[in-house]
Design a protein around this ligand. Structure first.
Ligand code: MLT
Length: 235
């Protein structure tokens, strides 16, 4: 039986969707969900997403790698920021991580009424598509955006996933069609397409010359990441 597919383009639109019994995939390509997939695939024991910098800094640095990003930069007082490049196996293998970001970690906490919450990025694109194809749950692709604004990269990723679900899911949704149209326009060269994204321009202003390309490395970290008991773990 075909399952339903929905796309939420901004956190402000999440209240319009009933999450009961559904699988939510939280998407924050630049960069929270990319960082989460990289860290867990590189051997981190777990990753605890928290909403505030105060909460993150309250954890014991002897027990956790404490990571925080605000406005695209490492937040003051934090040892780790929110670039996947920081989370090498050598640095975080076997360790527990606490992470707070501007958008992505808030969206994870906003999704907890769902039956299950997964993490989606281009790093684990095929693994997420396969998981949703095999699941009996309806699916919701939740784009974190930027400070409640819609963004290109998260919407584009939703289009890639929707394209992979054509045989197993149905939809009556302009949001899904919007994401698929982005996919049709951008999939020939997604990096060039995303150079016009607001986040790409933010990276330029911040002198971040690598993370756009890094976060577009398809299937570089093929792990399914799920929220369980307050932490994100690979399954
Ligand atoms: C976010 O969570 O808002 C993003 O990951 C921000 C960033 O790290 O650039």
């Amino acid at each position: 039986m075909q399952k339903s597919l929905e796309v939420v383009l901004s956190p402000l639109l999440l209240p319009l969707v009933d999450l009961t019994g559904k699988t939510v995939v939280v998407i924050d390509i630049l960069r929270a969900t990319s960082t989460i997939c990289a860290a867990l695939n590189n051997g981190a024991k777990s990753l605890k997403p928290v909403v505030s910098t105060e909460e993150a800094l309250s954890y014991n640095k002897n027990e956790y790698c404490i990571a925080g990003e605000r406005n695209g930069e490492k937040a003051p007082g934090f040892d780790f920021g929110n670039s996947p490049r920081e989370y090498s196996r050598e640095l975080i293998g076997g360790k527990k991580i606490v992470l707070t970001t501007t958008n992505g970690t808030k969206c994870i906490h906003a999704s907890l009424d769902a039956d299950e919450v997964l993490i989606g990025s281009f790093f684990n694109l095929d693994a997420i598509i396969t998981y949703l194809r095999n699941s009996s749950n309806d699916a919701v692709l939740f784009c974190s955006g930027w400070k409640d604004r819609v963004n290109l990269e998260d919407t584009l990723f939703a289009g890639y996933v929707a394209e992979g679900l054509r045989e197993t899911h149905h939809w009556d949704s302009d949001e899904v069609e919007i994401s698929l149209n982005l996919y049709n326009k951008a999939s020939i060269d997604p990096i060039s397409f995303l150079r016009n994204a607001s986040h790409a321009k933010r990276f330029e202003r911040l002198g971040n010359t690598q993370d756009l390309e890094v976060c577009l490395e398809f299937n570089a970290h093929p792990i399914v990441v799920k929220y369980a008991d307050g932490e994100l773990v690979g399954i």
